[in-house]
Design a protein around this ligand. Sequence first.
Ligand SMILES: *[C@@H]1O[C@H](CO)[C@@H](O)[C@H](O)[C@H]1NC(C)=O
Ligand SMILES: *[C@@H]1O[C@H](CO)[C@@H](O)[C@H](O)[C@H]1NC(C)=O
Ligand SMILES: *[C@@H]1O[C@H](CO)[C@@H](O)[C@H](O)[C@H]1NC(C)=O
Ligand SMILES: *[C@@H]1O[C@H](CO)[C@@H](O)[C@H](O)[C@H]1NC(C)=O
Ligand SMILES: *[C@@H]1O[C@H](CO)[C@@H](O)[C@H](O)[C@H]1NC(C)=O
Ligand SMILES: [Ca+2]
Ligand SMILES: [Ca+2]
Ligand SMILES: [Ca+2]
Length: 417
Amino acid sequence: MQFYQFILVVNIFACPLLTKSEITPVLLNKFELTHAGFSTLLRTWTLNSTSWALVISCFNAVPKTTDYVYSVPNIGQQLTTRITPTLVTDQIIWPNGIVAADRLVEYSMIVPSGFLVPGKTNGNLYFISDTNIIPLVPDDKKNWFYHDAEFKDMDGDGHIDIVTGRANVPLVGRPTTQLVWLKNPGNQTITGPWNLNYLLTKGGPDIQVQFAVVDSLQVLFANSFFERKLQMFWSDLDPLWNDSTKLHVRHIDYEPHPYECIQLTLDLNGDNRPDLLVTVNDEFNGSLIAYELPSSGDIRRGNFTKHILASGFKPRVQVKGQGAPGQAIAIQYYSFTVRKKPILILSGDDDGCVYLLEAIHDNDPSNWEYSMKIIHQSEKSTIGQVSVEDVDSDGHPEMFVPAYNEGIVYIYRLVDK
Ligand SMILES: *[C@@H]1O[C@H](CO)[C@@H](O)[C@H](O)[C@H]1NC(C)=O
Ligand SMILES: *[C@@H]1O[C@H](CO)[C@@H](O)[C@H](O)[C@H]1NC(C)=O
Ligand SMILES: *[C@@H]1O[C@H](CO)[C@@H](O)[C@H](O)[C@H]1NC(C)=O
Ligand SMILES: *[C@@H]1O[C@H](CO)[C@@H](O)[C@H](O)[C@H]1NC(C)=O
Ligand SMILES: *[C@@H]1O[C@H](CO)[C@@H](O)[C@H](O)[C@H]1NC(C)=O
Ligand SMILES: [Ca+2]
Ligand SMILES: [Ca+2]
Ligand SMILES: [Ca+2]
């Protein structure tokens, strides 16, 4: 009896009741925007200071028609007011997720465009600064579409160039996916397309590209949805990346899945090493995956350690061309010492949900278990690209959720109670 009491007392002291507060989405506002697809938060210059602008790409499947990009400047000051977005452009066909282009010109953006939809396949990378809209890729009439852009001086001439992946998907036959770069001619202002250079003419990435330095080696992480690849590139001539014969590519995962997004995060599991966060967008069994980088010094050949954080995602309606989930983001949300790993926000894409994932064991880097809850659900709408930032600097991140079919953008604040 004495013995059991002793155990009980020890247990109580060894496991203090440090429970995590619950993160709750509080709906602050919503506004109407027809076919709201991808949302992005960009730093802009408004009223003598920088603030966040919410930029949203909208598109429909009507062949050959142009679509829309809208902006809500200074969104942090408008969280609870009636929001009317302003038109940025109605000249682009099927704009995708927007990329900040401050590396080229402060407060500018690049709109990657085009998709696998009849009459909407002729995409480009549109550079937008003030009111000028400049296509950066020379038009070869081959119907390439684009989803991302990265920045690096590829040929060492002192001018920042652009790196991107792209896909050409014919009605009949196999897709072509390429890794290319556009040479910055070094003009004072950007007025026309830049010269196109090839790094990989087939079997390249077609969605995201992200540079990172790992073990003092410059690498490029990238994914292909259509060719079903997760890749890592590096150049023997780094910092020069303009000689394709000196470029290496390796697989991160050999399994051929429709990889939707890839992002290198600071650290997911609390061991202070960066990890990759990846989603597979699938009609039957989509998933959210983390990869630990190979052990130090072995990035070229070592194995990436795979952890499936969640799987079994599928669209609300099983239709070819639909899939789930969409993009995932990691957010540092360390309001109490007990929450040491970032939380994850996942867009469900065609399943209509937004998910919040939280690590269950914050003190154990070898444990990759997550709890998952639905924090937004649309009964009959695809969810586009969700964006999250503390746009009004009150210590709580705001979350912007575009519900495509409803034509509504929902605004939440993530608070812990
Ligand atoms: C912006 O800054 C300039 C120079 O400091 C000042 O003259 C002007 O009044 C400011 N404008 C606004 C809208 O605050
Ligand atoms: C760069 O500037 C030169 C000389 O002004 C001009 O001929 C050329 O068309 C410009 N190139 C681009 C891509 O804007
Ligand atoms: C790459 O750029 C360097 C420096 O500008 C140049 O010397 C070299 O010829 C270029 N390589 C290729 C393959 O174009
Ligand atoms: C779904 O995908 C996950 C991750 O690839 C896999 O582990 C699981 O076995 C799959 N489930 C089914 C039913 O195929
Ligand atoms: C990488 O994984 C493969 C297959 O699981 C295994 O055969 C190989 O030994 C691993 N390599 C290293 C460096 O751990
Ligand atoms: Ca250059
Ligand atoms: Ca890690
Ligand atoms: Ca906030």
